[in-house]
Ligand binder design. Structure first.
Ligand code: SF4
Length: 478
């Protein structure tokens, strides 16, 4: 039978539940107006109770602090990897489905280095993880950790290898060795960095638990395709005193991928629907397992690794270890992760205002769009690639796209007229022509009435803006 938790879910906890356990002094040390505002932001997942200094420091609040920790404990515990330099948090999930609240702690992606690789290859892979960045609608997407694998099973060789890798990066580390002697040798150099240890199994759990306790490191529990065995190991380890655990239920790629996804889903459902505390730990997916499959072509293996990673990001991996470093294998994961972990309650937006492109003059076109990030960056890209000198008004549409903003009345004749006034667009140009998106065409008459500006209805798709301006700008009567 599952070890049951009988607590309120995050969506049932009210700000009052949190407020009652706060110091209620309205001291402002959390930079919030008062304790009630703080409580509301905690319940919304925007702050944590650790952001209230008096609660942590003053012993008279200790009992309330403990109650709050228990109240706000996510069903999938959060585990931190790393202590100095960069750190990552894995797990910390409050809900089974993203739309119920939001997912926290985007799944870190670790890239492996192994002691069979040549010096140049190791250095290149570490450099890639250290510096990888891709700008996607204004956000930098990065890799997160390095998994150091022992394949020689030689403690001295692994020790030297770990030491060398650690010197080249401050990224969070995962040490991978099944032999406790090899693991201990590697840890001698990086124990203070709190790496994640992979892995405790039915055979080595006691020695690995001792090492994890000695260095205060989080530990992976591995029982491939054996959920009852995994659960039993978790019970044994927690009773032994290891509390920071990550679960490895095994990752098999095609043709057994459906089994893997089913097992990941079964574990997560056990936590949220059967309230099984013993399975309430972050899940590790290892798409790197694709490289064990018998295919000859590396491209086929990479393809399998990439789609395995994408599936596990969706169901329900909290940490991934990958081997492929090609952009086509990694970028889909980073973009997919970004989308999954975007708060569904808050569309991704950019700051509203007037943007200047090129060197616009007093006769240059004035366009308007929404502040939904994806829309904005598409428009920006189309303007920049055509080298258009213009002003672009980015209206505050609450992060909604043009079509949604018009339908939801976030973009109206009044808001557009207000934006023209607020951003003093009158002073930027001598004409009074505004190019609006084709998807907002039905507002054109009202905009002219509300603002006194003449409206040119532009294309529905911003890729048509360069051609539109070529044929329609300047307007004939200017
Ligand atoms: Fe209230 Fe704590 Fe914020 Fe002070 S720091 S206002 S006690 S929540």
């Amino acid at each position: 039978m599952p070890e049951k938790r009988s607590k309120k879910s995050i969506t049932e906890i009210s700000p009052i539940d949190v407020y009652k356990l706060l110091p209620k002094t309205n001291c402002g040390e959390c930079h919030e107006a008062n304790c009630m505002t703080f409580a509301t932001r905690v319940v919304n997942g925007e702050l944590t109770i650790e952001d209230c200094p008096p609660l942590l420091i003053d012993t008279k609040y200790q009992a309330d602090h403990e109650k709050l920790v228990d109240l706000m404990m996510p069903p999938v515990r959060a585990v931190t990897i790393g202590a100095v330099g960069k750190t990552v948090k894995v797990g910390g999930k409050y809900v089974l489905y993203r739309h119920e609240f939001t997912y926290h702690n985007p799944t870190p992606i670790a890239i492996d280095v192994a002691d069979y690789m040549g010096t140049d290859e190791i250095a290149a892979r570490i450099k890639l993880v250290n510096s990888f960045t891709f700008n996607y609608i204004g956000r930098n997407l990065n890799l997160d950790a390095i998994a150091i694998r022992a394949t020689s099973n030689d403690p001295a060789a692994f020790s030297a290898f770990v030491k060398d890798v650690a010197r080249k990066t401050d990224m969070p580390l995962i040490l991978c060795a099944y032999d406790p002697a090899v693991m201990a040798a590697g840890l001698a150099h990086v124990g203070g960095r709190r790496p994640l240890l992979y892995a405790a199994t039915r055979e080595n759990w006691k020695e690995m638990a001792n090492i994890a306790c000695q260095y205060h490191c989080p530990l992976v529990v591995s029982a491939p395709h054996d959920i009852p065995g995994l659960r039993s190991l978790v019970k044994t380890l927690t009773e032994y005193g290891v509390s920071d655990l990550v679960l490895d239920p095994g990752t098999s790629v095609d043709p057994d991928l459906s089994r893997t996804v089913h097992e990941f889903s079964q574990i997560r459902r056990s936590v949220f629907q059967q309230e099984d505390e013993l399975l309430g730990y972050p899940l590790l997916g290892t798409p790197i397992s694709a490289w064990l499959s018998p295919e000859i072509s590396p491209e086929v293996i990479q393809w399998k690794e990439a789609y395995t990673a994408s599936l596990l990001l969706s169901r329900y991996a909290d940490l991934l270890i990958m081997h492929s470093v090609e952009g086509w294998a990694l970028l889909p994961q980073l973009i997919w992760r970004f989308n999954i972990y975007t708060d569904p309650r808050k569309p991704v937006s950019v700051e509203a205002g007037v943007k200047t492109f090129g060197t616009p003059g007093r006769k240059s076109p004035v366009l308007i769009t929404s502040n939904y990030a994806l829309t904005y960056f598409m428009v920006e890209n189309d303007i920049k690639s055509a080298n258009i000198d213009c002003y672009l008004i980015v209206a505050d549409t609450g992060g909604n796209s043009v079509e949604s903003a018009v339908a939801g009345r976030y973009l109206t004749a009044e808001t557009i007229s207000g934006a023209l006034k607020d951003y003093n667009v009158n002073n930027l140009v001598e004409h009074r022509y505004l190019v609006i998106p084709g998807l907002a065409a039905r507002l054109s008459g009202d905009i002219e009435e509300a603002s006194g500006w003449r409206v040119l209805v532009g294309p529905k798709d911003s890729s048509g803006v360069p051609e539109f301006l070529k044929t329609r700008w300047p307007p004939v009567d200017t």
